[in-house]
Design a protein around this ligand. Sequence first.
Ligand code: SAM
Length: 299
Amino acid sequence: MPPSADALFSDQWLTLREPADHRARDAQLTHAADRWLSRRATPVRALEIQRTLVDLGCGSGSNLRYLAPRLHGAQHWRLIDHDAELLAHARLRCEPLVSADGQPIHLETRELSLVDAWKHGLQGADLVTASALFDLLTTADADALAETCHINNCAVLFALSVDGHIRFHDASGAPLFSDDDQFMLAALEAHQRRDKGSGSAMGTQAPRHLRESLHRRGYHVREATSPWRLGPESLPLAEALLAGWRSALDEQLPQQSRRIERWHTQRLEGLMREQLTLTVGHRDLFATPPESDGVGAPA
Ligand SMILES: C[S@@+](CC[C@H](N)C(=O)[O-])C[C@H]1O[C@@H](n2cnc3c(N)ncnc32)[C@H](O)[C@@H]1O
């Protein structure tokens, strides 16, 4: 089945969001993943043993560009996405990367749907990771992923899952929440949860479902917030984000186009005149499997 339009992303959008993504991520959870991977490879020559890391929905490789230079030791990365063009960009841009201790990384790309990834993509994985992915998936996907990770006894590091905490702030930093903000943000949330081809998407409920699904399988779960904070220096990203929200709102509320246009114009002008900033909430999650209790459960 070809990917639905909701599950296709341009390299341009992924490139635009990458600096904000990298600034927002929780560094402590990455350190915890690094420590866990090092301890899993002990006792002998930990840094020479190659870990297998799987990046689900890798796009053009932003998650790998963040993680590879922050993790120690030899790394074999398996990049999985259903978009062949993005996989090609990822390979080209990630091949020169080295690990935190200067070792070259090995890359493998697989053009696969995530459903196929649960079945054939995670063998031998030490760490399964993903960024900005889970709002698109269903609760059944979250359960299938948690189950496959459990069977493979691997840790997971899932970054930048949207949590629905979106606020505009005025120049003093005070949050705004007008009737229009409330109305539009609720409609955006409903749009995110639409069926993307295999059932209702988790949208902003993804962090909760992932946490619960991993907990049920005995995983030790640690979470942190990783919000985008978009000020004047991030105007191109905020502009593109608001344009995307406007299209989504037009689809969700076709009878409300004038109200949507007015809200969009007001909020965009506020950002452009540096009267407003925008916070977009995400959560990061790091979890280790029960069998690894002695191997660095998250502190
Ligand atoms: C929002 S992008 C995030 C990309 C990348 N992880 C990043 O942080 O820049 C979501 C990615 O998931 C991929 N994707 C979405 N649904 C998928 C599916 N069912 N199977 C495989 N890949 C999928 C898209 O092609 C896209 O590259």
